[in-house]
Design a protein around this ligand. Sequence first.
Ligand code: SAM
Length: 237
Amino acid sequence: FGRRAHFAQASYTSLPRQLTQLGWDAVDGILLDLGLSSMQLDTPERGFSFQHDAPLDMRFSPQNPVTAASLVNGLDENELADLLYRYGEEADGRRIARAIVRARPLQTTLQLAAAIEAILPRRGRVHPATQTFQALRIAVNEELASVADVLPKAAAALRSGARLAVISFHSLEDRIVKEFFREQGRDLVNPPYTPLYAEERKAVLKEISRKPIIPSEAEIAENPRARSAKLRVAEKL
Ligand SMILES: C[S@@+](CC[C@H](N)C(=O)[O-])C[C@H]1O[C@@H](n2cnc3c(N)ncnc32)[C@H](O)[C@@H]1O
């Protein structure tokens, strides 16, 4: 890529600082590819997968002081149940939280998966620990808060006509992106005598299509991990 590329190892929430450092006041496009990478999932010692035994880590950044083990062993039962419900949409969150607390300390991925499997038998092909692992990963990396944080920063960094494209991998992320695009697509204008908005403004973004772009059957056959991906695109007005 030569001088056309600049790499920075940093949270995308630091986007404004990165742009200031480059001396760029606006950009022509932003692509956010959320979640975790196949490489991370396939590196057992990162602790994202229960296919292999590894320490319960799950951090995207080694600078992050919070690991999955610190949450699993440090939160109380209610906090764990709440985390599993909020970030894993796990209907059995309460039972799993109780099983985790009973089995503690849990240090490895397989210990955690086994503690869950002991109280929830496998249903079909999906391992009963799947949503717990997702929930822990989201919590460790504060993924939803980061998405909510970066979207307005990204929108502000675009020049007029530039596009913001976001690929998400589960409904919790996608909901944040969808709601942000909808909200930024509306004019906020107070009706006479009814101050609904502290600040009036015109719409900031226009969605390219209301429906997300999803992978074709052929793409999913070639790359099964793409199956839950949703791409939403909006243009800066
Ligand atoms: C879906 S992968 C992207 C893969 C990459 N586009 C590729 O094709 O190889 C998402 C990546 O974003 C990283 N990531 C997650 N949250 C982040 C954040 N807040 N700031 C920066 N990177 C983050 C993850 O560590 C992961 O490597």
